[in-house]
Design a binder for this molecule. Structure first.
Ligand code: NDP
Ligand code: MG
Length: 382
């Protein structure tokens, strides 16, 4: 059988490295066709030597010479720059593109991959937050499947029943490291504290988003576009044990959940193997050890980002794009100790109020909105 050819956008990140582990578990089924990174050139070199892909792309062109020289003895094509990254996904042999790069930068390559008819294993949720409507329209036009990698959305996807409509999706949230802090305490938390997630080990940006609940806000938006549900059909439930990865409710009231140990390799592998399930090494859920599963409502006063994301989803247009761009700027500033934890929501709210609203944005509108929001948000932080 022909091996599935996989392109991993962001192979040096948390999702990217775990995707390579999945490929290693099933060398008879999967092959890394292309690997891409931004700055971690040494790791990319190591991965290229190990997995022998057809091509590698480093988005930051400053690392091109290093990468090229290090792989000179191998028949691997080496490219640099964002245009090359956007083009590589179109390569004829590729079957699946795993979008595991972080942020708005994932939008353009994802659009190209859809147009080229590649199945999308979607980790880069920012793409759906910014331009969900456009992405869905393209996927419909080019008959391209979009398979969720985000654990909550994979859980929901695993619960779906063909022909049976959902009345609700229930996204679980761990609540992050600051779940029990008061607003006064939240005012003084540091990036070191925010980077310690209780249940998941992830890249820096999504870890901050999880601490601020923006990640859950983005997942609400992501759920709308993936599953065609309305904002009022999407409920967030804080479930600190992260055993239930998410749930669906059907019209007769039946609720289905997907449970498991927190391990992103499962949703990554499922996106590769769907509709089949494959063996996967690793921990198994031991119910004798999970003595209690608890649930609480999210606190939208303390975690305003979640309320802002719902608001953006309700209003639609380019508002989610504004929220995403402002969030990328404030998270970078928080990681550079240039803004406080609560200050992040202030800037995002300001952006939502002051950046011009576009009700039915085109791709060009998203590009313009993203650029303007980044520029203004950076000015407001100074
Ligand atoms: P990481 O920060 O660990 O990795 C990001 C990857 O993207 C790296 O390979 C990085 O390259 C690359 N990258 C960053 N910026 C650019 C750019 N401008 N152009 C090209 N490549 C770039 O992130 P995660 O793996 O944690 O997250 C990736 C995506 O998956 C995010 O959208 C996140 O929301 C989503 N996700 C992640 C989960 C997780 O468990 N980690 C769970 C659910 C969703 P380099 O390292 O070389 O600089
Ligand atoms: Mg998630």
């Amino acid at each position: 059988m022909k091996k599935k050819q996989i392109a991993i956008l962001g192979s040096t990140g948390s999702i990217g490295t775990q995707a390579l582990q999945v490929i290693e578990e099933h060398p008879d089924l999967y092959e890394a066709y292309a690997l891409t990174a931004n700055n971690r050139v040494e790791l990319l070199i190591e991965q290229a030597r190990r997995f022998q892909p057809e091509a590698v792309v480093i988005a930051n062109e400053a690392h091109y010479a290093t990468l090229k020289a290090a792989l000179a003895d191998l028949p691997i094509k080496v490219y640099a720059g964002t245009d090359a990254l956007c083009q590589i996904v179109e390569s004829q042999p590729i079957d699946v593109v795993l979008t595991a790069m972080v942020g708005y930068a994932g939008l353009r390559p994802t659009m190209n991959a859809i147009r080229a008819g590649k199945a999308i294993a979607l980790a880069n949720k920012e793409t759906l937050v910014v331009a969900g409507e456009l992405i869905n329209e393209l996927a419909r036009q080019y008959h391209t499947p979009i398979l969720p990698v985000d654990s909550e959305h994979s859980a929901i996807f695993q619960c779906l029943e063909p022909g049976n409509a959902l009345s609700k999706v229930i996204l679980t949230a761990s609540g992050g490291p600051f779940r029990q802090l008061s607003r006064e305490e939240l005012a003084h938390v540091t990036k070191v504290q925010a980077l310690k997630h209780p249940t998941w080990s992830m890249g820096a940006k999504i870890t901050i988003d999880s601490a601020s609940m923006m990640n859950k806000g983005f997942e609400v938006i992501e759920a709308k576009w993936l599953f065609g549900v309305q904002p009022e059909q999407i409920e967030v439930v804080v479930h600190p044990q992260s055993v239930i990865h998410s749930m669906v409710e059907f019209e007769d009231g039946a609720v289905k959940a997907q449970l498991g140990v927190p391990d992103m390799r499962l949703p990554i592998q499922y996106a590769f193997s769907y509709p089949r399930r494959l063996p996967l090494s690793g921990g198994r859920l031991d119910f004798m050890k999970c003595r209690e599963l608890t649930f609480e409502a999210p606190d939208l006063q303390r975690f305003r980002n979640l309320a802002l994301a719902y608001e953006a989803l309700h209003q639609g247009g380019n508002l989610p794009c504004i929220v995403n761009a402002a969030n990328e700027v404030v998270v970078a500033a928080f990681l550079a100790d240039r803004i406080s934890f609560l200050g992040m929501s202030d800037i995002i709210e300001q952006a939502m109020q002051r950046i011009p609203f576009v009700a039915q944005p085109t791709y060009e509108d998203y590009v313009a909105t993203d650029a303007e929001t980044r520029q203004k948000a950076a000015e407001w932080i100074r």
